[in-house]
Design a protein around this ligand. Structure first.
Ligand SMILES: NC(=O)c1ccc[n+]([C@@H]2O[C@H](COP(=O)([O-])OP(=O)(O)OC[C@H]3O[C@@H](n4cnc5c(N)ncnc54)[C@H](O)[C@@H]3O)[C@@H](O)[C@H]2O)c1
Length: 337
């Protein structure tokens, strides 16, 4: 196990879920209540006998104020108080909900995460952004509060469906692209081992991605600068997710391809590097052919969203693999091309 610290949060990478009471001092809490994803509970039920729990049905729809209120009532029924510890066990949906619930229940109680999807282990659980959706708008209601701990048990990944695994790989490849060329090359050289979920390789990849995200969050928790780099591929990715309902990682993959090739500026990413990124995404089964989608409509969707704020769009692009930058684009320039 490796412990990575950011701000005051320890991330136990490759820790064992059953060791929670040894890794985290829970003696001062009146009780521990788990908030568990329904599929994780069904698949791993015998691992959750120690604590009381509330179940979260699978799906993005649960990220709503209405569902959070149901959980609040569940907590009251279980006798939760100010010194209860909440632990979210599941993917990004459960982490987002549990973090928000923890931040608002009785004006804030402690919470931690045991992320069970690859995406949550390398991305959603880290960084303290918690929130729920309203209507079509994602994460419009939320808080930034860091979890007390993150316990990442790789055993949970054994039951993760292939598509969900690929979703996590999109964020992992993103981390290599924006922050670490050596890491990017390592992923390129280990596609087969990662796909087979070979433990030693997976452990390294999760650890490196946690280090990259945690270090960025530690420097810029409230996204005033550096943290924006994590949005590489996401400006168009979010538009694709919203318009075509593709899974998050699939949308980010297409978003990365769009920004690398369509919105290219002369001094930016070389064509051979863009090809390497394309190949790596494709090797993990992620879609890369954005030409199959109505690009003009997508651009319009992005531009429409941003236009209200200014006539400039700030895009995250790569100078080279391992180095990202924020580039302002005049909206006029994009629409003419
Ligand atoms: N807060 C942040 O910084 C942040 C960052 C990225 C994404 N997110 C959010 O994360 C969410 C997406 O997270 P996600 O991709 O983990 O999706 P998810 O939480 O919906 O989980 C995906 C699916 O996998 C199932 N599952 C979870 N763990 C499993 C396991 N070990 N075995 C079998 N099935 C399992 C779930 O039941 C679900 O059906 C989105 O709501 C997104 O907005 C938040």
């Amino acid at each position: 196990m490796k412990i990575i610290h950011y701000k005051s949060t320890p991330v136990f990478v490759d820790g064992k879920w059953e060791d929670l009471p040894k890794l985290v001092d829970i003696s001062g809490y009146s009780k521990v209540i788990l908030v568990i994803d329904e599929n994780v509970f069904r698949l791993w039920e015998n691992r959750f006998t120690q604590f009381e729990y509330l179940i979260v049905p699978s799906g993005e729809e649960q990220k709503s104020l209405v569902f959070v209120e149901k959980l609040v009532q569940g907590l009251i029924a279980l006798g939760a108080d100010r010194s209860t510890l909440l632990v979210g066990v599941g993917g990004g949906v459960v982490c987002d909900i549990t973090g928000f619930l923890g931040a608002v229940f009785m004006r804030g109680i402690d919470f931690g995460f045991a992320p069970t999807t690859l995406l949550a282990q390398v991305d959603a659980a880290i960084g303290g952004k918690n929130g729920v959706n309203t209507g079509d708008y994602k994460n419009m209601i939320g808080t930034i509060v860091q979890p007390k701990f993150i316990l990442t048990d790789l055993l949970f990944l054994n039951t993760l469906p292939v598509i969900e695994f690929a979703n996590g790989m999109a964020e992992i490849i993103k981390h290599g692209c924006i922050a670490d060329a050596t890491y990017f090359s390592y992923i390129e050289s280990n596609v087969e081992a990662i796909t087979k979920r070979q433990l030693d390789v997976l452990r390294f990849v999760i650890q490196r991605s946690v280090e990259i995200k945690a270090s960025i969050v530690a420097q810029d928790e409230r996204e005033s600068g550096l943290r924006k780099l994590l949005n590489y591929g996401h400006t168009f990715g979010h538009a694709i997710e919203k318009k075509f309902g593709l899974p998050h990682g699939y949308s980010v993959s297409l978003g990365i391809m769009l920004v690398n090739t369509l919105v290219v500026i002369p001094q930016n990413l070389k064509a051979d590097e863009s090809l390497r990124i394309r190949q790596l995404l494709a090797n993990f089964g992620l879609p890369v052919n954005y030409e199959e989608y109505p690009i003009k409509e997508l651009l319009e969707l992005v531009l429409h969203d941003k236009k209200r704020l200014s006539d400039e769009l700030h895009l995250i692009t790569l100078k080279t693999i391992g180095q990202a930058e924020i580039v302002p684009f005049k909206i006029d320039k994009l629409t003419k091309e």
